[in-house]
Design a protein around this ligand. Sequence first.
Ligand SMILES: [Mn+2]
Length: 374
Amino acid sequence: MVTHLCSSLVYFIFSFAWHYNSRDVILKITGNGKNYQESTMFSALFNFLKHNFKKPMLKHIIGHKNPDTDTICSSIAYQDFLNQRGTEAKAYTLGHLNNETKFIFDTFGIDDPEHIQELPKGSEIILIDHNEEVHSIENLKDLDIVEIIDHHRVKIETDKPISIYVEPLGSSCSIIAKKFFENGNGNGNSGVAFPTLSKATASLLISGIISDTLFFRSPTTTEVDKELVKKLNEVAHIEDLEKFSLDMFNAKSDLGDISTADLIKLDYKVYDFGKDTYGFGVMETTNKDFGLNRKEEIIEGLKEIKEGDNLKGVFFSIIDILNEESYTLSSGDEEAELFTKTFHSENNDGVMFVKGLISRKKQVVPKIQEYLRR
Ligand SMILES: [Mn+2]
């Protein structure tokens, strides 16, 4: 920094002196020496200030809409990682935290990230846990994506080269945890600070992995996720992970007097399959009856979303975490048929039960995509 400042100062003095000496030559061209002389002086001064005192642009870390635990925890952990490496970055959320995330924040004493809907034009953003425009911030088109970290299917086009880290791991928190272990504690590249993994960040990363993999029950789980939780817990020291995961899932299932519209949108994503676009809401729960008892209103809600958002169909899956099975409702007969045919299930009075179907990302979306391609 000091060397840089000195060399810039020397450059400033030289460029100013050079412009001053060549004033006579310039005078003939501009016809007004005074103005020119002042403008060079100012532009040299401006460049000097710009190079040495320009505030680095803040990188805004953004997870997906209808945020879940993985999206929030990976955003906060990555903010910590980047800040420790000297990069100005801040995590935001595009919506309210769900009850599972709130439980985790209460347990570890973490503050909510700032809520935003949009960002000023030209802001630099890092997308975490998503890469599709429909899952992102409202005015994504006006923003400058500088990096993507994700574990979903890739569907994005950028107009310049950017850093992209996509790995088929169980969570985005797994990818951030890997970054800490690969770059931290003395393994970093020379000249860059080594991020230290704090107890709080390790706890958030474990929470995100447990949440997204349903504590290793989901078919999205990899051996890497299991290894990472072990290593992270050497720092986090969560005594009983099994009990902690049950507390998380029970917190997520405790939905109180939530409205039907909010229930459907709690964990809701829209997927474009080329010709047709469908909506998929999921409710991962240890209390499936909370959803099944409201079957009629939920189906009505799905129909409204289908109409309002001009979709081909909308599904809502009640996922029984502990028994690893699901009950899916749909917005109409045609989409119900698509679902029963794709998953070889039956439609029992509007409820389609499938044993072992618990992942929207790895099972539901790819299989429906495959079926529609036929
Ligand atoms: Mn995720």
